[in-house]
Design a protein around this ligand. Sequence first.
Ligand SMILES: *[C@@H]1O[C@H](CO)[C@@H](O)[C@H](O)[C@H]1NC(C)=O
Ligand SMILES: *[C@@H]1O[C@H](CO)[C@@H](O)[C@H](O)[C@H]1NC(C)=O
Ligand SMILES: *[C@@H]1O[C@H](CO)[C@@H](O)[C@H](O)[C@H]1NC(C)=O
Ligand SMILES: *[C@@H]1O[C@H](CO)[C@@H](O)[C@H](O)[C@H]1NC(C)=O
Ligand SMILES: *[C@@H]1O[C@H](CO)[C@@H](O)[C@H](O)[C@H]1NC(C)=O
Length: 422
Amino acid sequence: MVSGLSSHRCDATRVLGYPDGPENRMFRLNNTIFKLAFYSVCALGVFVWYVSNLMVYTISQPIIKSTRITKLNKTVHENIKFILIWTDPAIDPIVKLGNGQQTFVERECPVKSCFVTSDRHFFKDITEFEVIIFHGKEIVRSLPAMPEIRSTHQKYIFASMESSDYYPICDVRFKGFFNWTWTYKLNSDEYNGYIIVRNKKGIIIGPKQDMDWLRIEEMDPVTKEVEIKLSRKTKIAAWFVSNCRAPSGRDYFFIEVQRELNKHGLSVDVYGECGNKICPRDDESKCFKLIKRDYYFYFAFENSLSEDYVTEKLLTAIRNYAIPVVYGAANYTRFMPNGTYLNGRDLGAKELARQMIEIYEDKKKYKRFFKWHNHYSYHDVYESPESDSICKLCAIINNKTVFDKATVYEDFNSWWNPKGRC
Ligand SMILES: *[C@@H]1O[C@H](CO)[C@@H](O)[C@H](O)[C@H]1NC(C)=O
Ligand SMILES: *[C@@H]1O[C@H](CO)[C@@H](O)[C@H](O)[C@H]1NC(C)=O
Ligand SMILES: *[C@@H]1O[C@H](CO)[C@@H](O)[C@H](O)[C@H]1NC(C)=O
Ligand SMILES: *[C@@H]1O[C@H](CO)[C@@H](O)[C@H](O)[C@H]1NC(C)=O
Ligand SMILES: *[C@@H]1O[C@H](CO)[C@@H](O)[C@H](O)[C@H]1NC(C)=O
């Protein structure tokens, strides 16, 4: 902050652009008065800036500077909740929790009173932590050493943005173990997914289990603005994919769809390692521009089949004005209004291809799929502190009413795993 000050130079002559060596005395006097006034305003400005910063600092919650806090001085930070990361702290999304309070401050979270560490010896006694977080991905196959003592006041949180199909928890010792869940599943205690939906007023309305969407017929007609965006498209569909053997079976399904389209002289462009079109990973935005300009449909095929598992792929389609062709085990009506996407698994390859062609050949039909733009908008979870799952985790941990209520997932395995997976 101090270094920032030096760049705000109060140089009146420079700013006002006075000519060199004025002869007129009157002018000189004027010049001096002007300079004086100018410097005073500058000084006042700096003072106000300084005081306001001081106020912000003192009014907002205290930020812990030290990284070591002992049981003795923990009471000094009574309002701070201490979070221990039990699994690897460097793996996404856990890494987003950072260290200390920093991430909550940087994200401008409404509630910042959380302190994160992966140091198990941070306190002498592990029960001093209000929360311990376990990342699903790392407790899947072998059961790592678990905390030896546990206080009933602590919440053990299960965290995962990866699908349960990829990372099922089969060990029955997790029955009655977790108090809270923080995952992409919509009935988690706190949502840790990829997408949020807002209505036109900007209020977050989804995704959730029971959405009350407008029906397509009730929606306003597509605006000129959106129509223009759709007007230059010529190619039927694109698929961006790097994992060619995903457990969802999307690859086989894709081949069938491609075969059906080929029969009509159409073909899906496949970008990435599994296709013949290239899109460098470090410059995805360039390729996304292609979707926006050229493609009618975008394949948002998930790598695995789990309830509510809908990733940023859907967002990619939406943001680039392509109809999402979805393939996953989610009930997609929780994410999008019926009639705004095509569901590959519901329709089957043949019917999907038939509908794609029908829509491709009829601009009027195509446009209907974009009517929702008049009523809803889609966002990345991290786009605002209000929806940021990191902020929301800190908020729920600090919500005394919710936190103090003893809760436990007695049958965690059935809550998490797809049927018959273990
Ligand atoms: C807590 O106490 C320890 C040991 O006395 C000290 O090193 C540390 O800086 C203190 N932490 C805070 C945040 O006051
Ligand atoms: C999907 O969710 C909607 C809304 O909750 C429900 O009406 C519908 O029956 C669900 N579909 C399936 C296949 O479960
Ligand atoms: C969704 O829309 C399709 C036609 O676009 C219709 O056939 C289907 O019954 C609708 N499903 C629901 C759950 O409303
Ligand atoms: C705590 O959570 C409850 C239930 O979700 C909510 O009604 C309440 O407003 C929350 N309190 C605060 C302070 O956010
Ligand atoms: C967390 O779960 C444990 C184990 O079932 C339970 O004893 C404890 O009361 C729960 N604590 C909270 C704060 O929910």
